[in-house]
Design a protein around this ligand. Structure first.
Ligand code: ATP
Ligand code: MN
Length: 481
């Protein structure tokens, strides 16, 4: 007999004579009631054990964390909280779980404690919910682009480019670190390395993605990305997943439209398909905030916040307007910002981004047209910008509680302008000859962006630390599991 998923049993429209469920015991009350979870849903099914006719030995082994198989009938529940329950006729212990030793006790654990048990935390309600939402969101990402005819491209994870323009890189080598081959100049001889050259883990698939967009029209990547940035924040991982669409003939406005539509679509998809999990996470958040002072609590509950993003256009604001707002802001005047905004040209810190989103506009914001010298080399220089105040067609999307969720731009499609920029920044033209070829042969306007998948999962689940929305986080000093 094949077992039935708990989700399907709970959604049954009739009582059922013979059912079998398999899962893990969450709790066992009064020697009678098992709350059984199999990961198919946040909800447990109540299994009522006929304790008078069950050997004492077996009853003792029904402990939190144990894997069990129950046989019985699906009957209408007499207890509150569930429509159906299983009246157990036979129970098998599949795998014992010593209650003295199992770390996931049925009580509230801190997120810090759970992080040190990332292999078991997924057995808790919260992490089960987060990981199911993450899975549905990644499906929604593919669905959105596939439905629109985008081609999914797998850009390389090991890259031969030393500068992809997006952050510190991890090096990849098979050379013996205790006996490195040297060349005549006394430097490490990467010619002897696995690939015959120096290689890194990718920080972005964009440059390769652009070459594909210039042939396939609309493409997207969705893959792992690595950054060796030593920023120990609640928004940065050393290994994260990034979604990077790139579209031929799109300009910056099209790019903003695409990003906004895409984000709204995937959030709506999660709202429609993860109702129980999101409701649970909303409740968890409300509970957590009870202990905080009123001023620190969120203005909106989770579902309300997600709906708000769907129902309101993102506010589009140029960098120059943003600087004016920040310069006149109370925290700037009262020197409450760590970095005071004095002049046009200043790089915005997360405190500034959060002020704009959370205090000033109170909605998602798209900042665009940034100063050229604080942005990457491949971004398109705006026509008609003042000398000394050159701007590029860049855009960042800022979200409440998250900060930057998307970074993108229209790309510099003019060969000469691009080469000049690379020269000024001492970026090796020979190394990136293949990238320049896109501008040499059939160049055209195109644009794209990168969205950090974990930042999206953070927003949708209402979690606050990025380590809690990826199965096994990699951060400075930590690569357990
Ligand atoms: P930040 O300023 O937050 O470090 P960034 O400017 O380095 O971001 P981009 O290089 O534009 O970011 O990368 C595109 C997107 O990838 C970002 O908008 C963000 O959502 C995500 N991202 C960037 N770095 C990380 C990281 N270390 N961990 C998780 N997500 C990241
Ligand atoms: Mn960064």
């Amino acid at each position: 007999m094949k077992h039935t998923k708990v989700k399907d049993l709970l959604n049954s429209t009739t009582t059922l004579q013979e059912v079998n469920a398999k899962g893990w015991v969450r709790t066992f009350r009064n020697n009678q009631f098992i709350a059984l979870n199999d990961g198919s849903t946040i909800n447990n099914i109540q299994c009522v054990v006929d304790f008078e006719n069950t050997p004492e030995e077996t009853l003792k082994r029904i402990t939190t964390g144990a894997a069990v198989s129950v046989f019985g009938t699906l009957v209408e529940s007499k207890g509150a909280g569930q429509k159906y329950e299983i009246q157990v006729t036979k129970l098998e212990i599949l795998g014992d779980s010593d209650p003295e030793k199992f770390p996931m006790q049925p009580k509230k654990h801190t997120l810090e404690f759970l992080r040190t048990n990332a292999h078991l935390r997924v057995r808790t309600n919260a992490f089960g919910a987060i990981m199911r939402v993450r899975s549905v969101l990644s499906y929604a990402v593919h669905k959105y682009f596939q439905d629109k005819g985008f081609v999914y491209v797998n850009t390389p994870i090991i890259t031969g480019a030393d500068a992809e323009g997006a952050g510190e890189m991890f090096q990849v080598t098979s050379l013996p670190l205790d006996n490195l081959p040297k060349n005549e100049e006394g430097n490490i001889d990467f010619k002897k390395d696995f690939f015959g050259k120096h290689t890194n883990l990718t920080v972005s698939g964009q440059l390769e993605g652009e070459t594909f967009a210039m042939a396939l029209g609309q493409i997207y990547t969705f893959g792992p990305t690595f950054r060796a940035e030593n920023s120990n924040t609640s928004r940065h991982l050393a290994e994260f997943w990034m979604i990077e669409p790139e579209v031929a003939f799109n300009d910056l406005d099209d790019n903003m439209d695409l990003a906004e539509d895409f984000i709204q679509y995937v959030i709506k998809y999660a709202l429609d398909n993860c109702k129980d999990d999101l409701k649970f996470l909303e409740g968890r958040l409300l509970e957590e905030e009870k202990s905080k002072p009123q001023a620190e609590r969120s203005e909106m509950a989770l579902l309300e916040k997600l709906n708000f993003v769907l129902e309101n256009n993102f506010k589009r604001v140029s960098y120059t307007e943003a600087i004016d707002i920040l310069r006149d802001s109370t925290p700037n005047k009262k020197k409450k910002f760590q970095y005071i905004i004095e002049e046009w040209g200043a790089d915005l810190q997360s405190e500034h981004e959060r002020y704009l989103v959370e205090k000033h506009f109170k909605c998602p914001v798209i900042l665009y047209d940034y100063p050229a010298n604080i942005k990457a080399f491949y971004m398109r220089l705006n026509d008609n910008t003042e000398a000394g105040r050159e701007t590029v067609r860049a855009m960042d999307i800022l979200f409440p509680g998250i900060g930057e969720i998307v970074g993108g731009s229209e790309r510099e499609e003019r060969y000469d302008v691009l080469v000049e920029k690379m020269k000024a920044l001492e970026i090796d033209e020979e190394e990136l000859y293949w990238y320049l070829d896109t501008r040499r042969f059939g160049s055209a306007t195109h644009a794209g962006f990168g969205l950090g998948f974990e930042r999206l999962v953070l927003f949708v689940t209402g979690m606050t630390n990025i380590r809690d929305v990826i199965p096994f986080p990699r951060t400075p000093g930590s690569a357990e599991f």
